[in-house]
Design a protein around this ligand. Structure first.
Ligand code: NDP
Length: 449
């Protein structure tokens, strides 16, 4: 069978088998449609049905998460862990707590994670997990009881050499702490079973910063190819959580100006720019008080707040989506281009809808695909695992240096793979091909498993 028909038959099968998993179909389509030249070049990939196997998780775990709120009411949520691919190392990928979580979303995130982790060149397989739990407006005690219940079941399936989860939307240092505590109690062992741990008890310096910093380093690499830099650039950032906060911090350090942030309620536009002091306010607002971004507009003069909108209509040079999937529609992408945006760098996972991706692709906009641009987080998680195994701690400068090297190397891999397969300058194809090839070759080596 020819590469093109083979890819189409795998895509058709994925949709037919799990018709409701829209985000998963989207993620699979985006990867597979880049792979025709690499599949055509190596018949062994078709003979060993690598594609048919790579789209099917090695294991999917679904479980009940019962917990009690502060008033004694009993609630039930659904927990997920999708152990997608372990060809390159233990499953690795975050845990998301958000009411929208379902199996299709966890599968999309786990599928993306396989190729992202491969691009880091670290020994990491791909996985993802989460629960349809809404942490908003919950007390610390409720969050703790939920995390303990979630980990009570999850602990049977993970381990430092098996599957090493981290944070994602709704899961930060507080939640990782509660889950680690419960794992340690149940298993009577102190191991690097989770990353994103507090620096006092096994975490890595720069891990909280890594996804945001990494995305900005990747943007810098893209701009460098045009002899340009972030100096003086007007940037819009969406979200106001972990990735957004450190994206803003690094843009400021590199001389750019950030004029927006958002949350699921709305967007703030600050024409004067978010400076270090204002960023401190955002960090306190989001990390300590778990408040709404609207308060930023109430606190600082000259700031506009737009309920129910996203920041893509704001005039900018560079855009950093850092909230969630499918947050940039075709109309948003057109507005960005129309307003002169020259760079789109994805801190969030799959933030750009497929028709918007095609539009951006056909424009002159530099486009950093999530699985390459936001790989800094998992890369430093990999470094956290190394430090845990060696029982030592690297300095801030050392980890930051390694992160910069990794982001540079990922950019180079994307450029080189695109060029090798006749798609010069196409970083989307480059990321998908380079990420895929390493996993596929390992799968060939391991036989039909
Ligand atoms: P956080 O929970 O820290 O922050 C998420 C931010 O996005 C919040 O401001 C949140 O607003 C907003 N948001 C979430 N869901 C929606 C939605 N449906 N519509 C609008 N806004 C929304 O998560 P992270 O910063 O860790 O993650 C952000 C993105 O980056 C995600 O796509 C994640 O998968 C990706 N990512 C994260 C990594 C990490 O290391 N943390 C690594 C790689 C990728 P609100 O508070 O109102 O919910």
């Amino acid at each position: 069978m020819k590469a093109k028909e083979h890819i189409q038959s795998v895509l058709d099968h994925v949709v037919k088998r799990d018709p409701g998993e829209r985000e998963f179909h989207q993620a699979v389509q985006e990867v597979l449609e880049s792979l025709e030249p690499v599949i055509a070049a190596k018949p062994a990939y078709i003979e060993a049905n690598i594609l048919g196997r790579i789209v099917e998780p090695e294991r999917m775990i679904l479980f009940r998460v019962p917990w009690q709120d502060d008033k004694g009411n009993v609630h039930v949520n659904r927990g997920f862990r999708v152990q997608f691919n372990s060809s390159l190392g233990p499953y690795k990928g975050g845990i998301r707590f958000h009411p929208s979580v379902n199996l299709g979303i966890i599968k999309f995130l786990g599928f993306e994670q396989i190729f992202k982790n491969s691009l880091t060149t670290l020994p990491l397989g791909g996985g993802k997990g989460g629960a349809d739990f809404d942490p908003k407006y919950k007390s610390d005690a409720e969050i703790m009881r939920f995390c303990q219940s979630f980990m009570t079941e999850l602990s049977r399936h993970i381990g430092a050499d098996t599957d090493v989860p981290a944070g994602d939307i709704g899961v930060g240092a507080r939640e990782i702490g509660f889950m680690f505590g419960q794992y340690k109690r149940l298993r009577n062992e102190f191991t690097g079973v989770l990353t994103g741990k507090n620096i006092n008890w096994g975490g890595s310096l720069i891990r909280p910063e890594a996804t945001g910093y990494g995305a900005v380093y990747f943007a810098q690499e893209m701009l460098r190819t045009r002899g340009d830099s972030l100096e003086g650039k007007i940037c819009v950032v969406s979200g106001s959580g972990n990735v957004a906060q450190y994206t803003v911090e690094k843009i400021l350090q590199l001389g750019g100006k950030v004029v927006s942030l958002s949350d699921s309620n709305g967007t703030i536009y600050d024409p004067d720019g978010i400076d270090e002091e204002k960023l401190k306010f955002v960090i306190e607002l989001k990390r300590i008080r778990y408040g709404r971004i609207k308060e930023y507009a109430e606190k600082f003069k000259g700031v506009e707040y737009h309920e129910g909108t996203r920041p893509w209509g704001i005039k900018c040079d560079c855009a950093f989506p850092s909230a969630t999937q499918n947050e940039i529609s075709l109309a948003d992408a057109q507005a960005l281009c129309h307003n002169g945006c020259c760079l789109l760098c994805e801190g969030a996972n799959m933030p750009t809808e497929p028709d918007a991706v095609h539009f951006v692709h056909s424009s002159r906009v530099l486009y950093g695909l999530a699985k390459a641009a936001n790989a800094g987080g998992v890369a430093v998680s990999g470094l956290e695992m190394s430090q845990n195994s060696m029982r030592l701690k690297w300095s801030r400068e050392e980890v930051d240096q390694k992160l910069q090297q990794i982001m540079k190397a990922i950019h180079k891999q994307c450029v080189d793979a695109a060029e090798e397969f006749g798609a010069k300058g196409d970083l989307v194809a480059g990321a998908n091909i380079a990420g895929f090839r390493r996993v596929a070759d390992a799968m060939l080596d391991h036989g039909v498993v």
